[in-house]
Design a protein around this ligand. Structure first.
Ligand SMILES: [Zn+2]
Ligand SMILES: [Zn+2]
Length: 220
């Protein structure tokens, strides 16, 4: 078959491990494209996986002061190859690309057996414009389902506010039905940058009575 990113023919290499595990890790990508993505290495903040340190980072300490215990996992760094990937997947709307990380995501998500998966939603306007929720696409391609618990209101343009004003603003997310919340949730997004969105939604769910909320993103 052809590489989903560059179109070159991929040779499926029958290595011992691919035979043994009965799967082909890179079947959607050629080896060049597959190796352009960089996994987060050994040194990172134990709470949010920020790279280059091995103790809790300042951001996570700030979240802690706001009453949010960050518990985040991510797989890849946001390098150039990943930026290119998201520009094609999200902004050009190439829905086929949801499969690119299917097997690596499946390997990670299967570790959260007791958790219900919940995806960060788009506003109805954004969903209409893009045609799909990019996070739902990634999770579905990896073979998992998720609960449709959250909604998002359309945000007003926020360019006139500075960062702290933006962070202090009421979050635009809401819980659709508070009567049937699961006990443990894995909250999933595509990219973790400041963590503002995902950590505030985590707190929203915890305040509504969810006992444990962990967070996850493909990229950090
Ligand atoms: Zn390729
Ligand atoms: Zn951190």
């Amino acid at each position: 078959m052809n590489c989903l990113l560059c179109g070159q023919t991929t040779k499926s290499e029958l290595t011992f491990s691919s035979l043994f595990l009965l799967r082909d890790d890179c079947s959607y990508l050629c080896s060049t494209c597959a190796s352009s993505f960089e996994k987060i290495g050994e040194d990172y903040c134990p709470n949010c996986m920020k790279r280059g340190l091995s103790t809790t980072c300042q951001d996570c300490e700030l979240w802690c002061k706001e009453g949010i215990q960050v518990s985040h996992k991510a797989i890849f760094t946001y390098n150039q190859a990943m930026k290119d990937f998201f520009s094609r997947y999200k902004f050009d709307g190439d829905f086929l690309l949801r499969k690119v990380f299917a097997s690596v995501l499946a390997n990670e998500l299967k570790k959260y057996r007791d958790y219900e998966f919940v995806v960060i939603p788009l506003s109805p306007e954004r969903l209409l414009e893009r045609g799909f929720n990019q996070v739902e696409g990634l999770v579905e391609a990896a073979g998992f389902s998720f609960q449709d618990l959250l909604g998002k209101r359309e945000e007003k343009a926020s360019s006139s506010k500075n960062r702290s004003e933006r962070l202090a603003t009421e979050i635009p997310f809401f819980i659709k039905d508070e009567t049937s919340l699961p006990k443990k949730i894995l909250l999933i997004d595509d990219i973790y940058t400041t963590g503002a969105t995902i950590n505030r939604v985590k707190r929203l769910l915890e305040e509504a009575g969810v006992l444990e909320v962990k967070t996850f993103s493909l990229v950090r």
